[in-house]
Design a protein around this ligand. Structure first.
Ligand SMILES: C[S@@+](CC[C@H](N)C(=O)[O-])C[C@H]1O[C@@H](n2cnc3c(N)ncnc32)[C@H](O)[C@@H]1O
Length: 231
């Protein structure tokens, strides 16, 4: 989007070593460069997985910064990310979770999910290069998230849905029993992917669901959802 990170509008910088910020800037730039020559929406459904198996498709930098701020504001320490790809947004999640644990106590855990082995390997390599111990909080689960999220979640503070839309509702339903009251869910691209998310919104907006939801007006939208289990 369009929030300029210049002298008039200073960047909402994350608390991270210079090496980490430099890596994040580089990876965001690589992701954008790929997207400038690759139109995700033009790929036929049956070719989709293969076509994106070597693409970042990272969450936009300004959205990552917003998510980081949300995590700091809510003290989130146990986080699920669907999916992880090359692990760009995961670094922001790890930075916030580690800082929150240092400030508030308890353990920080970022459960990442990725079904492409090669992407998982590359994500681990970027994290090793990141220059921050915060990445040690990442528990990357390789395989289909419909299997890998079945166990070992604990109480979850935050869920990032940065995943193909058919996976969004199955993921939410797997994690929902583990949400703490006031858990936050963020879903990317609710405007451009409105059709794909139809089932998710129907579920979230059903009367008595326990969810409230609003679109934050970033480019293509960013849905912010809050969950309190109905009494
Ligand atoms: C939009 S990308 C994630 C980008 C990442 N959050 C970032 O900002 O760097 C979505 C990822 O989800 C993965 N994925 C899709 N379906 C999946 C599934 N069923 N289980 C696990 N990972 C899946 C894809 O391989 C892809 O790498």
């Amino acid at each position: 989007m369009s929030i300029p990170n210049d002298a008039q509008h200073p960047s909402p910088l994350v608390n991270a070593p210079e090496a980490t910020r430099a890596l994040l800037a580089r990876l965001h730039a690589e992701s954008l460069a790929q997207e400038s020559v690759f139109d995700l929406r033009a790929v036929p459904a049956d070719e989709f997985r293969g076509a994106v198996a070597d693409k970042f498709i990272a969450l936009d930098e300004d959205k990552c910064q917003f998510v980081y701020q949300l995590l700091r504001a809510t003290g989130a320490r146990r986080i699920v990310e669907a999916g992880t790809s090359y692990g760009v947004s995961t670094i922001y999640l790890a930075l916030a979770a580690a800082e929150n644990a240092a400030a508030l106590g308890g353990d920080a855990v970022v459960i990442g999910t990725e079904h492409e082995e090669a992407k998982a390997d590359k994500a681990r390599a970027y994290w090793a290069e990141s220059g921050t111990d915060a990445v040690k909080t990442i528990d990357l689960r390789v395989g289909d998230l419909r299997e890998t999220l079945k166990t070992g979640l604990g109480e979850i503070d935050f869920l990032l849905l940065d995943i193909w839309t058919p996976m969004a509702l199955p993921t939410l339903k797997l994690v929902q029993p583990h949400f703490r009251p006031g858990a936050v869910i963020v879903a990317d691209n609710p405007i451009t992917s409105a059709k794909g998310y139809a089932e998710l919104w129907e579920y979230i907006r059903a009367p008595g669901s326990g969810f409230t939801s609003l679109n934050v007006p970033y480019s293509n939208g960013l849905e912010m959802v809050v969950y309190y289990p109905p009494k």
